[in-house]
Design a protein around this ligand. Structure first.
Ligand code: ATP
Length: 548
């Protein structure tokens, strides 16, 4: 069960995100749209800094001449920006058209729809009447919710709650039904007043559909918004090989929007219907693929730590053999202990998958299935391929070893919104600082890594007179070309510090009376609160160094 403090911590983070302009609900003035989120002035800067850090560290700043620690060899990195709507055959061959679904269940009474695997329940009995009470609440809200629902169902007063007999703890409805421990006829749906109103579970494809062209009507015009950015990379593999000088091993990176019609979006931006991904498809020789898989798993793990996520809240989880997709040779998830989860629970930030030659072969041959341990073309009753591939040769010829092969793929696939949320949650702190009179004042501070912080420095004239604003503006103009900074002269210095602490600004630069005589300023560090006296003319270079 979830910890009460963590839920209130999450509530505070969501409220700060709204109040300070990190994240707003989409279309809020019309009541909002479930599963869609907008980034406000601070949020857009934070998310952009995160994506820029990823692109810089993985692609533009990559040293392709060096053998990086843990890598089997030097390698090249390049990028792509593909369309959101692609040829429908892409999704048929990749398997998304047939297989990218969740199980949903409807309630005939409340008309509400739930993800089957999100429903939990337990048996409740009172005076010979028995019902399997369910809820779609998660964390520590789930158990009290079933108590309240059972009380209402049996028509009991609060003081009669102890008369309810419970048959065990909460369990997944899906598992209870599979094990024969409950039936839909006995199940009280999460918003129903009588049992037996839930429908049989049905598959629901998560891809958003659209139509192409003004006269769209028949099935051939059906197209899909991409549910991942990866496929754009696979179908351009040959274009990249033919037009750039890259040689295997190399990686292609892409950052962009993906869309999934999630049945129950929840937990703030964690499960959204429109989100951004940062994906790499890394192509390598089959013989070295296991080593490359380990390299990318460890490299991506370190990236989150280097940007300051608390190690104790991160987990690297290798999937067990029965959890792997039919094509995957190995997969690891990087997970974070989000405050909206229960103790010991983690949510996925990024998956690193060894995908073998599944993707390139699928786009050459057509949709593949696993049969007797091997990937083979799926055929219909007529013996023809179920979904025909492009027929293009996507193999690679290594002109040094004189070998031809279909490269294997390692895929580190990260979510920009989930990572932004993890950094926001991790950065949120409450502590006490002395105010101008030395009295303790509680503060909320976002301890974001300087590379991620929306604003790097705030320039504050102590008072709005005596020539201080002029000196401050001069410094602001010198710093601005190098980093995002703000000039603020409104209110007491204490209030200005507090505003910057909440925005996550790592450095406040104060121009005071002493500046006017000796051209030094004070730099206040957001986290340590240490104040240093620095020469005004050297501050720009010093901050640029610190940011590096
Ligand atoms: P989950 O099991 O949580 O639905 P997944 O395993 O389906 O995630 P992938 O298909 O591996 O996710 O997608 C790669 C990354 O894209 C995820 O690690 C996550 O960061 C991000 N992502 C996937 N679905 C969503 C979503 N609905 N909202 C926000 N980010 C998402």
């Amino acid at each position: 069960m979830q910890n009460q403090n963590d839920q209130s911590r999450m509530d505070k983070i969501v409220s700060l995100a709204k109040r300070r302009g990190f994240i707003f609900q989409s279309s809020e003035i019309y009541g909002g749209l479930n599963g869609f989120w907008d980034y406000g002035p601070l949020g857009v800067a934070l998310k952009r800094n995160l994506k820029d850090a990823w692109w810089h560290d993985m692609v533009s700043g990559h040293d392709e001449l060096a053998t990086l620690a843990g890598a089997p060899a030097p390698y090249e990195m390049t990028g792509l920006d593909c369309t959101i709507i692609m040829h429908p055959q892409v999704w048929k061959c990749s398997g998304h058209f047939d297989l990218f679904h969740d199980w949903m269940i409807d309630c005939r009474e409340s008309k509400r729809r739930y993800r089957y695997d999100h429903l939990h329940g337990r048996w409740a009995a009172h005076r010979g009447k028995k019902v399997f009470v369910t809820t779609d609440a998660s964390g520590d809200e789930a158990a009290p919710e079933t108590v309240a629902r059972a009380q209402k169902f049996f028509g009991l007063r609060a003081k009669q709650i102890d008369e309810i007999e419970w048959g065990g703890g909460l369990e997944s409805l899906q598992q209870a039904i599979a094990a024969g421990a409950a039936t839909l006829a006995d199940t009280l749906g999460p918003d129903a007043t009588a049992p037996g109103t839930l429908t049989e579970p049905r598959e629901f494809n998560l891809m958003f559909e659209t139509r192409i062209g003004a006269l769209a009507g028949d099935d051939d015009d059906r197209a899909f918004l991409r549910p991942e950015t990866a496929q754009g990379i696979f179908v351009n593999f040959k274009n990249v090989l033919d037009t750039s000088r890259v040689r295997v091993p190399f990686g292609i990176a892409q950052v962009g929007k993906s869309f999934r019609n999630e049945i129950t979006p929840r937990n703030f931006t964690f499960r959204s219907r429109e989100f951004e991904q940062m994906e790499i498809e890394f192509f390598c020789p089959p013989a070295a693929s296991a080593e490359w898989y380990r390299y990318w798993r460890d490299r991506r793990w370190r990236w989150y730590l280097d940007l300051g996520l608390t190690e104790g809240k991160l987990q690297l989880r290798e999937h067990a053999a029965d959890e792997l997709s039919h094509y995957s040779v190995g997969t690891a998830d990087i997970e974070y202990a989000f405050p909206f989860l229960g103790p010991g629970e983690f949510g996925e930030l990024e998956g690193i998958a060894h995908r073998g030659d599944f993707d390139l072969r699928s786009h050459m041959e057509g949709k593949l299935v696993r049969q007797d341990g091997a990937l083979v073309l799926e055929t219909g009753a007529d013996g023809k391929p179920r979904h025909k591939g492009s027929g293009k040769d996507l193999s690679y010829f290594d002109d040094i070893t004189r070998e031809r092969y279909v490269p294997h793929v390692i895929e580190p696939s990260a979510g920009a919104d989930r990572a932004t949320l993890a950094f926001l949650c991790d950065a949120y702190h409450e502590d006490e600082v002395p105010d101008e009179d030395g009295k303790p004042r509680s503060r909320t501070v976002m301890k974001l890594h300087p590379r991620l912080a929306p604003v790097k420095a705030a320039i504050l004239p102590l008072v709005k007179k005596d020539g201080m604003p002029e000196v401050a503006i001069e410094l602001y103009r010198k710093l601005k070309p190098h980093m995002a900074c703000q000039y603020d002269e409104k209110g007491s210095v204490g209030r200005r510090y507090a505003r910057q602490d909440e925005a996550g600004t790592p450095w406040c630069l104060t121009i005071d009376g002493q500046t006017l005589t000796d051209r030094t300023i004070t730099l206040r560090d957001r986290d340590s609160l240490v104040q240093e006296r620095l020469p005004l003319d050297e501050v720009v270079d010093m901050l640029r160094d610190r940011l590096r």
